[in-house]
Design a protein around this ligand. Structure first.
Ligand code: PLP
Length: 405
């Protein structure tokens, strides 16, 4: 039975108002479908913001969580544990990385990466080499260090003073990076596809240029793959679909498929700068999170699943083009794999949230990425029928919204 003593209205009475959640309260999920307190069904193409990579309550993940729950929940890093060792082995076998640091979120993974970049530069080149360059509109998390590295000023405003030694170049503009990079730069940080910033893929030529500049100035290249990682673009990690390999990679969101976990991946040589006692996390690498993430990696790395991503993207693109042919509402449909951005035509800039609400009223849950882009980040195993139904409902939402305005 649903708990009728709690409702959306209670949120405003008992929660800090840093979120403004949707009026529905989902209580149950299966695959890419959700049901709210009143039993209304929704198709979920938000994927929990690129987290529920295998949909809700995937049997393999539920099984991994339940069987680990009966064995061992937590030890602290005074001990290692089997699920953490197994997961680290998988991640190092499947990527460029040779070493893994576990934590609990994307921001924590980035915090570790930025600290490691500074420490590595300090160890090898001295304290002057401490500057971090990232890109405008980028998003790297909500801790003070990660909002400072992130390229969206609104997330820093009012929280000053913020950490120093951070500058922001223009994304996809190599000259802009050239004008900022120097021997003092310890790291360049980028998302292979800017997610929160509007679903903007990095040009392959740009990525190559960033790698070359990092090599020239002995700066580490950090890829924030918190949103693009774990199969989202049809490869296990998005860097595998670019001409370069980063020095440090951060991953979270889909890694746990809905259970909180994050990780920072790097090479043996760079990892040495995080010596005994230099960094840590109480929950980082806990058996529950690592057991679930191990099951996620097993499922996602299956070739059928990764290959299905392109086919499912094609279905979304086709449907969105059809909607666009009817209503002339999108300026551009972009992204890679199942990270899909649809920028609204100028007339609707600033109104993305209204389309999200209209879609919800028709029973399909979508995301926005800023005020002018609709975003979808569904489960990678979303059934084709659910894609069809989601697009139908989106079409109906557009029709209602546009006729009512
Ligand atoms: C979501 C996100 C983060 C922050 O992850 P949290 O788990 O919310 O801390 C960092 N970087 C990118 C690219 C993200 O999309």
């Amino acid at each position: 039975m649903n708990d009728q003593t709690v409702s959306r209205a209670l949120f405003n009475e008992v929660m800090v108002p840093n979120y403004n959640p949707q009026p529905i309260v989902p209580v149950r999920g299966k695959g890419s479908r959700l049901w709210d307190q009143d039993g209304r069904e929704f198709i979920d193409v938000t994927g929990g913001i690129a987290v529920n990579v295998l949909g809700h309550c995937h049997p393999a993940l539920t099984e991994a969580l339940k069987s680990q729950a009966d064995k061992l929940w937590h030890l602290s890093n005074v001990f290692t544990n089997e699920p953490a060792l197994n997961l680290a082995r998988k991640l190092t076998e499947m990527t460029f990385a040779e070493r893994v640091f576990f934590c609990n979120s994307g921001a924590e993974a980035n915090e570790a990466a930025f600290k490691l970049a500074r420490k590595y530069a300090f160890d090898h080149y001295g304290e002057e080499k401490n500057e971090i360059i990232s890109f405008r509109q980028s998003f790297h998390g909500r801790t003070l260090f990660t909002v400072s590295v992130g390229g969206q000023e609104k997330y820093r405003e009012g929280f000053e003073p913020v950490p120093r030694g951070i500058t922001h170049a223009e994304f996809n503009n190599l000259d802009s990076l050239k004008s900022l990079i120097s021997d003092k730069t310890c790291a360049v940080v980028m998302e292979p596809i800017q997610g929160e910033g509007g679903v903007i893929p990095a040009d392959p030529e740009f990525v190559k240029g960033v790698r070359e500049l990092c090599d020239q100035y002995n700066a580490l290249l950090v890829f924030d793959e918190v949103q693009t990682g774990v199969g989202r673009v049809g490869k296990l990690y998005a860097y595998m679909d670019t001409p370069v390999v980063p020095d440090v990679l951060t991953t979270a969101k889909s890694l746990g498929g809905g259970f909180p976990i994050g990780a920072m991946l790097t090479t043996t040589r760079i990892a040495k700068s995080f010596g005994m006692g230099s960094h840590g996390s109480t929950y980082g690498g806990n058996p529950l999170g690592c057991a679930v993430a191990g099951a996620v990696i097993d499922e996602v790395s299956r070739p059928e699943l990764l290959e299905g991503v392109a086919q499912k993207r094609a279905l979304f693109e086709e449907g969105l083009e059809q909607i666009n042919a009817k209503y002339q509402i999108f300026r551009e449909i972009r992204g890679k794999g199942l990270l899909i951005g649809a920028e609204l035509v100028e007339k609707w800039h600033g109104k993305a949230g209204e389309f999200l609400a209209a879609a919800r009223d028709e029973g399909v849950l979508i995301l926005v990425a800023g005020p002018k882009v609709l975003r979808m980040a569904p489960a990678l195993n979303i059934p084709d029928e659910d894609i069809g139904a989601a697009l139908q409902r989106l079409d109906a939402a557009m029709e209602k919204k546009l006729s009512g305005s």
